[in-house]
Design a protein around this ligand. Sequence first.
Ligand SMILES: NC(=O)c1ccc[n+]([C@@H]2O[C@H](COP(=O)([O-])OP(=O)(O)OC[C@H]3O[C@@H](n4cnc5c(N)ncnc54)[C@H](O)[C@@H]3O)[C@@H](O)[C@H]2O)c1
Length: 425
Amino acid sequence: MAESNRRDFLKAGGVAALAAAAPAVHAAGDDKIKVGLIGCGGRGSGAIRQSLASDPSVVVHALGDVFEPKVTYLEADIKKQFKERVDVVDRTFSGLDAYKKVIDSGVNLVLLATPPGFRPMHLEYAINAGKHVFCEKPVAVDAPGIRKCLELVEVAKKKNLAIVAGTQRRHQRPYLEVAKRIQDGVIGEIVGGRCSWNGNGIWFNKRKAGESDIEYQLRNWYHFLWVCGDHIVEQHVHNIDVINWFTGGHPLKAVGMGGRIGGSAARPDGDPNEVGHIFDHFAVEFEYANGVKIASYCRHYPGPEDVSEMVVGTKGTIRTSGGDNVVINGKRVELGGGKDPYVQEHIDLVASIKAGGKLINELQNVTESTMSAIMGRMACYYSVKPTLTWEQALASQEDTMPKSLDLKAEHKIGPVPQPGKSKFV
Ligand SMILES: NC(=O)c1ccc[n+]([C@@H]2O[C@H](COP(=O)([O-])OP(=O)(O)OC[C@H]3O[C@@H](n4cnc5c(N)ncnc54)[C@H](O)[C@@H]3O)[C@@H](O)[C@H]2O)c1
């Protein structure tokens, strides 16, 4: 979203205002919104239910996943709750091209919930096919993917497609209220801040007998750069997105440090081809416009947990940490929880599609937030001197996608990056 639009958007009160402004035109041409899901894992299983919960006109029309058992399981599971609204006969697909088959199956709206390495490819096919999209965050793992998403922002605008991203804090009442108060000047001009995703770690799956590299890397996707983007991108993007939203821009520069201590359940020691090669901690100083500095931390080994954001202004501070936990100038304030943001984002998406007019489009915001996180990762992996700039990071030629995408392919991955030695490209 351009700067002026972003500010108007905040003033107008966020997503609800966008949907309400549009005249009533039904996008699907009948009374159903036919949804297709790509990626039937944890988030996809949640997103399809939340889409169904958002509006009675939503029906499930197609399901796809690279692994067939995921599709079969989810189909049976959602039918237990929503039998009348699931009709996927002859429209369940598996394999690496399942996304094309879902998108080409007559759906109006696609939910993209695979690991993020595939997101630019899936977004491109969906947007070129003229489909409305719910896409999970992050939307890419490297700069070539980001550049593709930026092109798609324009295509989606021209086609007036509705795009909502899984940065659900932007649909969460307390966060929307805080954004409004910041806009109203409650803490004055923002001069600095901090954001964190410090957690104990994630799952790790050992290789099964006979599994190819690509199969193994997909089943264990969070440990490989090309599929997950490292945890600063994969999870901490949520907090960086909030900072971008509150400050009304994206970072211009980044310096950072990080590494992989290893030896934990979340980052076992060993051959990177078996245990992955991503870091387990990052600390980045982002510089925004007007010299505003934001400290960003994320961690995946045992220690104190903290998933939160804080901005410091000339007149006070605001701390947010999910849900109702908002502290303004040292005092906890009750801002009314509102609906579950995972449902609210689908309500806002479907309301916009049904209302017509200028449809909601969050692709620019989530692309900028994803790029911010990628830039933070690059600043830590490569120690670019004197500081890594937004333009440099965005122009990076590091393309992480395997040259041959075949489920049975061999695919050797690189070592853990060595700050100070590994080269920025
Ligand atoms: N917004 C949030 O709070 C939130 C929470 C959790 C996850 N997520 C996001 O959701 C996405 C998925 O995460 P998850 O936790 O559901 O992972 P998951 O492993 O549970 O599910 C991913 C699914 O995608 C499938 N898949 C992988 N590559 C595919 C491809 N090329 N084509 C089709 N299917 C493919 C996998 O087989 C798996 O079933 C990630 O981007 C993650 O960041 C967002």
